[in-house]
Design a protein around this ligand. Structure first.
Ligand SMILES: O=c1ccn([C@@H]2O[C@H](COP(=O)(O)OP(=O)(O)O[C@H]3O[C@@H](CO)[C@H](O)[C@H]3O)[C@@H](O)[C@H]2O)c(=O)[nH]1
Ligand SMILES: [Mn+2]
Length: 393
């Protein structure tokens, strides 16, 4: 009978067209909570740090596991473009995947609950976001017109209601928000929470009211479950966070390079930011959309703000020059593919940002190496990168 039920499980959307990429330095016990939503998908695990460490992966998942030795073996000298000791290493997973879509999640992100207390299938919501159009060219004030219970509002041009292809779906986080180090330092207790539903496990209503009052006096606690998906307008950049992110790999994958971060680099925790700026200017050029909002995940671990400050320091300083650079650039109309756009971007980064710091010359070279490696692994006669499938029965 159990066999019958398991075979009756509905086939999840895009089951064979989507890979889940997880960068990790930890055991992957967090997958147990995601099992109902992830178990039928293929995982690509990018193990960072010491390759001799054994990562514990719960049984029953279908996965490929790549460590630093695998990256060096597969890419050879081109492995220099993949960061070490930084979550930026996750982009290697995008490169070796053969699927049309990617979902990437951090190993300290768990299943969140919506205000009704229902568990959120973040992957399903990302897939809905990617499979429905975006509206980058004219803002719909009732948010995502293709979402359940919404539509285009009066005055929205009918000629624009087909929308644009969606290239990226950027999800958000409950509990620990993705704040930079200075913000973390001044708001150590700030949580992005629903309505203290979890408090009911330990406190009665009077105690909760007193607790909320106390917190309200000491810290502004923001309850921010916003039930919305929006398209980021064309011409507007955004701070892309990599911990709950999905994208159309066949469309925008070559631009999803997470840069040179971590070990041996003067910057960290700007991997996803760099990718987000590059991706957005290319999506704008290609007429594709980027959505942000639902789904939420529950982010459980606040990384050390002092360590983060050291990693982010240059980024906080350099972004004041880098962002105007991205905002002002126009890609030539001759750039008709993402690879061409990205190579042009690398040239401009070297020219314009290389003056600010030699790091950007190295980064621009890394961008070129990334595209060369991408082509090597993804062209029809490209090298086969497969790691042994680690599926445990
Ligand atoms: O050297 C490393 C450190 C971590 N990882 C893996 O990457 C993710 C994120 O790590 P963690 O949750 O510890 O750090 P956060 O500060 O919460 O991460 C946020 O900051 C961004 C900066 O890159 C990051 O994308 C955000 O999610 C975990 O899966 C770690 O296991 C790693 O691979 N190598
Ligand atoms: Mn985290």
């Amino acid at each position: 009978m159990a066999q019958l039920y398991s075979s009756m499980k509905p086939t999840p959307m895009l089951k064979d067209e989507l890979d889940i990429v997880i960068p990790t330095i930890r055991n992957l016990d967090f997958l147990e909570m995601w099992r109902p939503f992830f178990e039928q998908y293929h995982l690509i695990i990018v193990q960072d740090g010491d390759p001799s460490r054994t990562i514990n992966i719960p049984k029953g998942f279908d996965y490929e596991l790549y460590n630093r030795n695998d990256i060096n073996r597969i890419l050879g000298p081109k492995s220099s473009c993949i960061s070490f000791k930084d979550s930026a290493c996750r982009c290697f997973g995008y490169m070796v995947s053969k699927k049309k879509y990617i979902y990437t999640i951090d190993d300290d992100c768990f299943v969140a609950k919506d205000p009704s207390g229902k568990e959120i299938n973040a992957l399903e919501q990302h897939i809905k976001n990617l499979l429905t159009p975006s509206t980058p060219h004219f803002f719909n004030t009732l948010y995502d017109p293709y979402g359940d219970g919404a539509d285009f509002v009066r005055g929205y041009p009918f000629s624009m209601r087909e929308g644009a292809i969606t290239a990226v779906s950027h999800g958000l986080w409950l509990n620990i928000p993705d704040y930079d180090a200075p913000t973390q330092l001044v708001k150590p207790l700030e949580r992005n929470s629903r309505k203290f539903d979890n408090a009911h496990l330990f406190l009665n209503d009077e105690e909760i009211n007193a607790y909320v009052l106390l917190i309200g006096l000491v810290f502004v606690v923001i309850c921010r479950y916003v039930d919305a998906v929006m398209t980021i307008p064309k011409g507007t950049l955004f701070p892309m966070c990599g911990m709950n992110l999905a994208f159309d790999r066949e469309l925008i994958g070559p631009a999803m390079y997470f840069g040179l971060m971590g070990d041996g680099q003067p910057i960290g925790r700007y991997d996803d930011m760099w990718a987000g700026w590059c991706v957005k200017v290319i999506c704008d050029h290609m007429g594709w959309g980027v959505k942000t909002g639902l789904p939420y995940i529950w982010h459980s671990k606040a990384s050390n703000p002092f360590v983060n400050l050291r990693k982010e320091y240059n980024g906080i300083f350099w972004q004041e020059e880098a962002i105007p650079f991205f905002q002002s650039l126009t890609l030539p109309k001759e750039c008709t593919s993402v690879q061409q756009c990205y190579m042009e971007l690398a040239k401009l980064v070297k020219e314009k940002l290389g003056k600010m710091d030699p790091y950007f010359i190295k980064l621009a070279d890394g961008m070129v190496t990334w595209i060369e490696a991408w082509e090597e692994l993804n062209s029809p006669d490209g090298i086969e990168a497969k790691a042994p499938n680690g599926k445990d029965e």
